[in-house]
Design a protein around this ligand. Sequence first.
Ligand code: ZN
Length: 173
Amino acid sequence: MEILSHPSPPLATESCEVDPMNDDALRSLVERMAKLMYEAPGIGLAAPQIGVMKKVIVFDLSEDASELTALCNPRIVEASEECEVDEEGCLSLPGISVPVNRACRVIVEAQTLEGDRVRIEADGLQARMFQHECDHLAGKLIIDRATPEERKAALRRYREAQEMGARAGGNQT
Ligand code: ZN
């Protein structure tokens, strides 16, 4: 099992909600996702990036891969009006980054693997990561967030990177 690269139908399709209390496959899914995320290396990964159309994400923003978190059905319920444009990479678009405008702060509601409801207030890189991963669950990539000109330029850089056999690096999700 590998991380899918654009273009690939699962990356452009909305995933389905999961019921953590009644899905025996969730734990092994999360294990596979975590393994691929750390190998990449990345800071976050959404299930559709490995072709599994479930609303499940994993992430770890620690320096030493010590804070793995898995969430089911994450939803951004509040976003600050204050936004910030920053370069964003994606494990499904290896070799390029794209300037993406994101809310500086978000509140996310989700469920743990045990089915508990959680509410997380995030800012900075974590807020950006949540918006990026929730986009994946909705079938959206960073190029879909760019202006038409930026999208065109990003896809040209992506083709060039693929021809060069570039690998992802940095804060990839
Ligand atoms: Zn991504």
